[in-house]
Structure formats: structure tokens, C-alpha cells
Design a protein around this ligand. Structure first.
Ligand SMILES: *Cc1c(COP(=O)(O)O)cnc(C)c1O
Length: 484
């Protein structure tokens, strides 16, 4: 496909300016004017419409195809949430509008949304309070670990370590490291659970926190989680719950009830904001009572007269972590989504997410090796080791799926599974769609036996075939220069 610059035709236009109808208007003074025309392509309106429409059709999206990208929860997000987020009363508000009733009431509705969303998330997770400000999951993690650090500092304790199992999401150890901690990694045992003997060995009064991804990146929920939590508390460490994939748990189990002190959620995974391509997202952080005083400012409060206000009066707060109200549109969509589904709907979403993943796992487990043969949560993790013996690697399987109109699952992650294929069908897909995917996966397993080169050639139907991935990363060239 040509770049829009290559479609340029001298003199072609898609617009014309009307005549100046302001009396006495003068042209800009000479010194402010450009010496030469801007090097923009000349195109008709139709040229531009076709160009971008055709480009958009090369995009892969949940709105067009199945997208079982493990850990990312690429589910369908209902369009009504977008509509609500687009309501002018919300989308056109200036972030610096006065909040207090004395200064005008224009921001009251938005503050109420923040306040009510916080209350709903508290109920879903059994935490005491949330900050809605973090702008992504990883940002929530960093905020959460900073809260933990503030707590220990306030108690006068010097703690050095954060414990992270090797089945956690990669952002967990990096968040702990950025917050200034040394990370201790606990291996996964042969049963697929964190090695408890090693855990006990590493746990002492120098440990600030234990960070657990729940369910972990193997798609497994650890049944001994309360024991793990109790052991951490015994040495004075706090418990961190990575709840990015809460759609596996909604209404079934609450981090606060298990004893977690901090939890972050990814609204852009579980609660109806489309993602991929870098945002925007929201990673609100919930805390137990003992951490509330450290939450970032500002906090939304409800005043005695029923109005809402931003409160900055928290002496021990860790301070600002994001401007204004966070990614307000994302929070608003989550609020609309929760109200629409209601309690029963949210529980059902979790049940179907888990059912769909177990269905994939059961249907595929005689064709691919399972990383750990257990009931899974919202995703199932296979290994393509059997196929790799015939030269068909996880990457080849991914490329073949693209040819068939499916987004590949996450591959080569989690790192602890060789040739990993991490499949997350999500709760929004129909049985027919999942069946079509399963059939293609079975077809690939057969081809790996009978005709591996067919898989290794894929994709053959795409505008771009196999890329030199190393060159694409190391010698990325996105610059177009006019040739003349
Ligand atoms: C996606 C994800 C994250 C990171 O979230 P971002 O919004 O991409 O920063 C953290 N933990 C888990 C388990 C995730 O799936």
C-alpha cells in the first residue's frame, strides 16, 4: 500500500477557504509567514477517505476478529460505554473547572462518578478505599508499592525486599525495583504452584511485600493463597494483589477477604475499555484500612451537604501520581459497565470467562502439551514443544493463525513455559467462534505432523509475509523522504 504522501497530485484539494468576511482583517505580518508551502500531500477528500478506510481494514481488532491474547483480556467492549463516555457533559469538561459548590456545580457529576466508581470497586474487592488516578496497570503497581514503602517508613522499619513468584506478570518485579526494592524471585514447583519451601526460606522481617498475580500467568489460582498471605503478615510484610485479570474472579473471591493489603485493577481489561496500542487505560489501586492515609492526592469526598469535592488534606499522602482525575473517560466507561451488568451480570461474566478457557483447554489438550494439567481460570497455557520437534514453533503457529483470521495467543510468555501458547478466549465470545479457533489449532497440530512446511510458510494471505523481526526491531525505519 502506498503512503498518503505518495498519492500526492499537484494542485489537488479537498477543501477551500471561504472569503474573509471580517471587516478590516489584515494578513499576518510578513515576518510571521512561512517562506514556502508546507510539504503536505495534495489530495481530494475521497482520496483521504479511501486511504484511511483501507488502512483501517488492515488493522486487526476485536471488532472484526477473535483475539485470544493471553493476559491481555482482549474482550469485546460494548459500544454503549463509548457513547456514555462521549456525552458532552463529561467529555467537554475542562479539568480545571472549580470543583467546590461555591465555585459552580459544573464538575459535580464527574466527581460523583469518581466517588461512586470507587465505592463499587471497594465492594467488588473488599478493600477500604481506592485511588482512581493511576493511568495503567503498571502505574497502579508502582503506586501500590510506593504506598507499601510509605507504610513501612512511617513505622520506622527499613525493609529491603519484595518477593515475587516467577509465575507473576513481568511488570511486578519491575514495579518493585523502580520503587527501590530488591526483588526475590520464588520458583514454581512441579505442581504449578509457588514453591512454598523456598517461599518460607526467603520470608523474613526484611521483606516489605509479597506481590502475587492472581490468577497467575499460568492461568492458575493458588488454593493455598490464604496460607501464603498469613505467613507474609506474620513477618510484618504486606500483601500485594495484581488484579489486572479480575474477570476471572468477579463476585467469586475478594482480595480483601483473603487478607490482601493492596490491589490494582486494570479497568482496560476487565471493565470495558478497549486497549492495545498503548492506551488510554486506568489502573486504580485499592488498599486496606491501614494504608488509606498514604493514598495519592487528591481524593474525592462527599460533603455534609451532599456535594462532592476534591480533598488534598492528607498529611501522609505519597502525593501526586497523575494530573487531574486520572483517565476519567476510562473510569466513566467502567462505571457504566458495572451499572449495566449489575451484580449478577458481573458474576456471570467471570463464570463464562473461566468456562471458555477451560473449554479450550479440554478440547486442545490431546493435541498440545499443557504447561500444567489443572483446571484453569480465565486463560490456559500450552507448550508447543511437541510441535517444535517437527520444526513448528510457537511463532509459526501464531503466523498460521493470522492467515486464518485469528489473532495469535500470547507466545513465549510466561517465560517459565518453553514454547508457550497462552490462550485467553474471554467471556464475550460465542461457542461457534471458539470452536472455529479450536478447529484451526487442531489443523495446525495435524500439519505439524504431516506437512510442517505449510505452517512454517505462513502467513501467505497477508500484505506482509514473514518479517525479519530482528531487523524490524533494531533498524526500525519509519521516516519517509520525498524523492525528487
Ligand atoms: C496487563 C497486565 C499488567 C500491566 O498492565 P498495563 O496496563 O499494561 O500496564 C499487569 N499485570 C497483569 C497480570 C496483566 O495482565
Amino acid at each position: 500500500m502506498k503512503l498518503i504522501f505518495e498519492k500526492h497530485k499537484d494542485g489537488r484539494r479537498g477543501f477551500s477557504y471561504g472569503l474573509v468576511d471580517v471587516g478590516g482583517a489584515k494578513p499576518l505580518p510578513e515576518k510571521y509567514r512561512r517562506g514556502a508551502a508546507l510539504p503536505l500531500p495534495c489530495l481530494s477528500e475521497l482520496d483521504v477517505v479511501r486511504h484511511y478506510t483501507n488502512l483501517s481494514r488492515l488493522n486487526f481488532s476485536v471488532d472484526t476478529n477473535f483475539y485470544p491474547l493471553g493476559s491481555c483480556t482482549m474482550k469485546y467492549n460494548p459500544k454503549f460505554c463509548e457513547r456514555v463516555a462521549g456525552f458532552e457533559g463529561f467529555s467537554q469538561l475542562h479539568p480545571l473547572l472549580p470543583q467546590l459548590s461555591g465555585g459552580g456545580m459544573l464538575a459535580q457529576g464527574s466527581l460523583e462518578v469518581l466517588y461512586e466508581t470507587e465505592k463499587l470497586l471497594c465492594e467488588i474487592t473488599a478493600m477500604s478505599a481506592f485511588t482512581m488516578q493511576p493511568l495503567a496497570g503498571a502505574h497502579g503497581e508502582l503506586t501500590g508499592v510506593m504506598l507499601i514503602a510509605a507504610y513501612h517508613k512511617d513505622k520506622g522499619a527499613r525493609r529491603k525486599y519484595v518477593i515475587v513468584p516467577d509465575s507473576s506478570h513481568g511488570t511486578n518485579p519491575s514495579s518493585a525495583a523502580i520503587a527501590g526494592y530488591e526483588v526475590k524471585v520464588i520458583p514454581t514447583g512441579p505442581d504449578g504452584y509457588m514453591d512454598l519451601v523456598e517461599y518460607k526460606k526467603q520470608l523474613n522481617d526484611e521483606v516489605a511485600a509479597v506481590m502475587l498475580t492472581c490468577p497467575d500467568t499460568l492461568g492458575i489460582f493458588n488454593p493455598r493463597i490464604r496460607e501464603i498471605a498469613d505467613m507474609a503478615h506474620k513477618v510484618g510484610a504486606l500483601l500485594y494483589y495484581d488484579g489486572a485479570n479480575l474477570n476471572a474472579m468477579l463476585g467469586k473471591c475478594r482480595p480483601g477477604d483473603i487478607g490482601f493489603d493492596v490491589v490494582h485493577l486494570n479497568l482496560h481489561k476487565t471493565f470495558a475499555t478497549a486497549h492495545g496500542g498503548g492506551g488510554p487505560g486506568a489502573g486504580p489501586v485499592g488498599v486496606s484500612q491501614k494504608l488509606v492515609e498514604f493514598l495519592p492526592i487528591s481524593r474525592v469526598i462527599r460533603c455534609g451537604d451532599g456535594t462532592y469535592a476534591l480533598d488534598y488534606n492528607y498529611r501522609k499522602s505519597i502525593g501526586y501520581i497523575a494530573p487531574f482525575y486520572g483517565n476519567f473517560g476510562v473510569i466513566l466507561k467502567a462505571y457504566a459497565y458495572m451499572l449495566c451488568l449489575g451484580r449478577e451480570g458481573l458474576i456471570k461474566a467471570a463464570e463464562i470467562a473461566v468456562l471458555n478457557a477451560n473449554y479450550c483447554q479440554a478440547k486442545l489438550k490431546s493435541y498440545y502439551d499443557l504447561a500444567f494439567d489443572k483446571t484453569c481460570m480465565h486463560e490456559c497455557v500450552f507448550s508447543a514443544m511437541r510441535q517444535a520437534k517437527n520444526g513448528v514453533h510457537a511463532l509459526d503457529i501464531a503466523k498460521y493463525l493470522i492467515d486464518k483470521g485469528f489473532h495469535p495467543p500470547t507466545i513465549y510468555f510466561p517465560l517459565i513455559v518453553k514454547e508457550a501458547l497462552m490462550i485467553e478466549p474471554t467471556e464475550t465470545e460465542s461457542k461457534e467462534t471458539i470452536d472455529a479457533f479450536i478447529e484451526t489449532m487442531i489443523e495446525i497440530a495435524r500439519l505439524a505432523e504431516d506437512n510442517p512446511s505449510l505452517v512454517k510458510q505462513a502467513p501467505v494471505n497477508m500484505p506482509i509475509k514473514r518479517l525479519d523481526e530482528v531487523r524490524a526491531a533494531r533498524k526500525l525505519d519509519l521516516c519517509w523522504k520525498p524523492q525528487n
